[in-house]
Design a protein around this ligand. Structure first.
Ligand SMILES: [Fe+2]
Length: 308
């Protein structure tokens, strides 16, 4: 899996106007590459960084993954019963600033997309990833492609921008083979080749959406595309032989670095690391520089029908 390293110097020479270079970076991302910034282009103010790292050390209860929903300006994952209101307020402000700075940077860096994305959640991950005890489908240390059980993307791509804010340690990832090869390995051996919904199923899902029933049953919110991507996520994590024998590449992201990747197509796992920030974007596949690289295009070609 290619990793493209981009220095701040190179970035400064490119932004805002070198359209050709920006398009080629988008194309590299879309083809399954990781864009890696040895020094993050979105630095965190020193006071914010000190606060984020300090919470854990002082024994505060901010030990869970924290999610920030920029569209609603809402913070979740903090236990209000054990965290003082002032601490929650400060964390809320930090996440708001972080989300806004990443969005501002990517509006320029991903100019070829013309912001054809939905701004999704940001997260703060203060937990040590090594040795976490989680159920198989929620484990981060097993290779997988991302799919959200309760928030289907309906064909939109999942682009994630990360920042390792640990003062000294690397964040250790493994990445797997390109998406088309993974899909070929799992479909149709393990997963059915995706098929569009029947007219009856389509009508039932529409009814569930309109009446709000879809909120009760996550599956009713999913298109055929979402259903396949969810099952692929589960099948990869649950296949021990695949986990042991598939081709893997180990990548270590140093302290202070950032990277971005389409995580719904690049198989990835995090083996170790603590303290990371992340912002997710759901990008319209129509905005791609290479539209045929979008997973919805790949799966629709296999199915010979529209899936999302
Ligand atoms: Fe993931």
């Amino acid at each position: 899996m290619p990793v493209y390293s981009i220095s701040l110097d190179e970035l400064n020479k490119t932004l805002p106007r070198n359209a050709e270079q920006l398009r080629s970076w988008c194309a590299a991302l879309e083809a399954g590459g990781i864009l890696y910034f040895p020094e993050t282009p979105v630095p965190i103010p020193a006071g914010d960084l000190e606060f984020l790292l300090g919470q854990h050390q002082t024994g505060s209860k901010l030990h869970k993954n924290i999610a920030y929903k920029p569209v609603r300006d809402q913070l979740s994952g903090v236990d209000a019963r054990t965290s003082p209101a002032a601490v929650v307020e400060q964390l809320h402000g930090i996440m708001r600033r972080y989300s806004a700075s990443v969005t501002g940077f990517l509006a320029e860096f991903l100019a070829p997309y013309h912001e054809q994305w939905l701004l999704d959640y940001a997260s703060y991950r203060p937990i040590e990833e090594e040795g976490r005890d989680l159920p198989v489908r929620r484990r981060n240390d097993l290779l997988h492609t991302d799919a959200f059980p309760t928030r289907p993307t309906h064909g939109r791509r999942i682009l994630r921008f990360f920042h390792n804010i640990h003062p000294t340690r690397t964040r250790n990832w493994v990445v797997g083979e390109p998406f088309p090869r993974v899909v070929t390995a799992f479909a149709p051996r393990t997963l059915a080749i995706p098929r569009p919904d029947s007219p009856v199923a389509h009508a039932a899902k529409q009814f569930a959406q309109v009446t709000g029933l879809a909120a009760l049953v996550p599956r009713w919110k999913r298109t055929a595309y979402d259903e396949f991507m969810m099952q692929l996520h589960n099948a990869m994590k649950e296949d021990e032989l695949f986990q042991q024998s598939c081709l893997k590449e180990y990548v270590q992201f140093p302290a202070g670095s950032s990277w971005m990747v389409y995580t719904e197509t690049v198989p990835h796992a995090v083996l170790a690391g603590q303290y990371a920030l992340e912002q997710t974007f759901l990008v319209d596949p129509a905005a791609m520089v290479t539209q045929e690289s979008a997973p919805v295009a790949i799966l629709e070609k296999m199915a010979g029908a529209r899936l999302a």
